[in-house]
Design a binder for this molecule. Structure first.
Ligand code: ADP
Length: 290
C-alpha cells in the first residue's frame, strides 16, 4: 500500500475586485472554503486511482472537516494526528483578472513529530511506497526510515527548497520535479539530474508531457500529455504524482502508470479546483479507451 506523509490545509478562497496593496483594506465579494494542501491532494489522487492510502499528517482542533473530506475520498486517516496547533491553511485572494495572491500558514503540518511518523510506518512492508512533499515536518526522518525498511520513497520537490532537498536525496528512489523546480534544482545544486544520486527522476512539463529518467538503464520514458482545453491547472502535478504512485502500487509497468497519470491530470486541468477536480479511476480508464 501507499503511505503519504503530507500536508492538510483549509483553503479559503476570497474573490476580490483587486488584490489589496500594502496598507490597504479590501472587502471580499465571496468566500469558499475547500480541502487543500499538496499532501491531501496527492492522497485523494492515490485513493481515486483505486489504491489503498494511509495519510500521515496532522490537523488542529479546527481540522475535523478536512479529515472528514479526506475520509470521504477513501483515504485512511488513522495516522492523522490531532494537535493543539491550528490546522494549516491558505488565504487565497483571486481578482477579476484571475491573478492571485496566496498566504500559507503551515500550522499543524509543521508540528508533526518523527515519533508519530515512525509509529505509522511500523505497519509498512518492503515494497510499499512512501510519498512525501515539502509541506510537513519529519520528512527526512520518514524517508530514511522508509528506505531502511525496503520501501519505495517518492518525493515531489514542492514547494522547492534546495537545502531540504539536498538532505533528502540519499533516501529517495524516485524524485518528481516540474520544469521550474528542475531548473531551480540545477541552479542551486550546480549539477545535472543524473548526478543527484537518485535512481529515477521524472520532470513534468505541463502541456508538453513528462520525461522519466532511468539512470541505471540509461533510458528515458517519454510521457506525452493529452491535448485538452485546460481551465485550471492547480493540482495537475499532485494528480499526476498520486496516480503514478498508485499505478506502481497496483502492479502497472512504469509506462502504463505514467500514461494513466497523464490522462488523470489531463482530465483534472479541465475542471476548477484541486482535490475536487481529481477524476475517479473509472473515468480515467474511459478517457483512455476513447
Ligand atoms: P505542476 O502542477 O507540478 O506544475 P505540471 O504542470 O508539469 O505539474 O503538470 C503535471 C502533468 O500534468 C504533466 O506532465 C501533464 O501530463 C499534465 N498536464 C499539466 N498541464 C496540462 C495541460 N495543459 N494539458 C494536458 N495535460 C497537462
Amino acid at each position: 500500500q501507499v503511505f503519504n506523509l503530507g500536508s492538510i490545509n483549509l483553503d479559503h478562497v476570497y474573490r476580490v475586485g483587486r488584490l489589496p496593496a500594502p496598507g490597504e483594506t479590501v472587502a471580499a465579494r465571496s468566500l469558499s472554503t475547500g480541502l487543500g494542501g499538496k499532501g491531501a491532494n496527492q492522497s485523494v489522487a492515490v485513493a481515486r486511482a483505486g489504491a489503498r492510502v494511509c495519510h500521515i499528517g496532522a490537523v488542529g482542533p479546527d481540522g475535523d472537516w478536512a479529515v472528514a473530506r479526506l475520509e470521504g475520498f477513501g483515504v485512511d486517516c488513522g495516522y492523522v494526528a490531532r494537535l493543539s496547533t491550528v490546522t494549516g491553511h491558505a488565504v487565497i485572494m483571486v481578482d477579476d483578472g484571475a491573478e492571485n495572491s496566496i498566504l500559507i500558514h503551515p500550522g499543524a503540518n509543521r508540528a508533526l513529530g518523527a515519533d508519530w511518523v515512525a509509529e505509522a510506518l511500523a505497519a509498512a512492508q518492503p515494497g510499499d511506497a512512501l510519498l512525501t512533499q515539502n509541506e510537513t515536518s519529519a520528512g527526512i526522518e520518514a524517508a530514511a526510515l522508509a528506505r531502511a525498511r525496503g520501501m519505495h520513497v517518492i518525493h515531489t520537490a514542492a514547494p522547492f527548497d534546495a537545502a531540504a532537498l539536498r538532505d533528502l536525496l540519499p533516501h529517495l528512489t524516485l524524485l518528481v520535479l516540474n520544469a521550474l523546480e528542475a531548473e531551480q534544482m540545477q541552479a542551486a545544486l550546480g549539477c545535472g539530474l543524473a548526478d543527484l544520486g537518485v535512481p529515477e527522476v521524472i520532470v513534468t512539463r505541463g502541456a508538453e508531457g513528462a520525461d522519466w529518467h532511468l539512470f541505471a538503464q540509461a533510458e528515458v520514458i517519454r510521457v506525452p500529455a493529452f491535448p485538452v482545453r485546460a481551465v485550471d491547472t492547480t493540482g495537475a502535478g499532485d494528480t499526476f504524482a498520486g496516480y503514478l504512485v498508485a499505478g506502481l502500487a497496483q502492479g502497472l509497468t512504469r509506462a502504463q502508470a505514467a500514461r494513466r497519470a497523464a490522462a488523470a491530470s489531463a482530465i483534472a486541468v479541465c475542471r476548477a479546483g484541486a482535490a475536487e477536480a481529481i477524476p475517479a479511476g473509472a473515468e480515467v480508464d474511459a478517457f483512455l479507451a476513447t
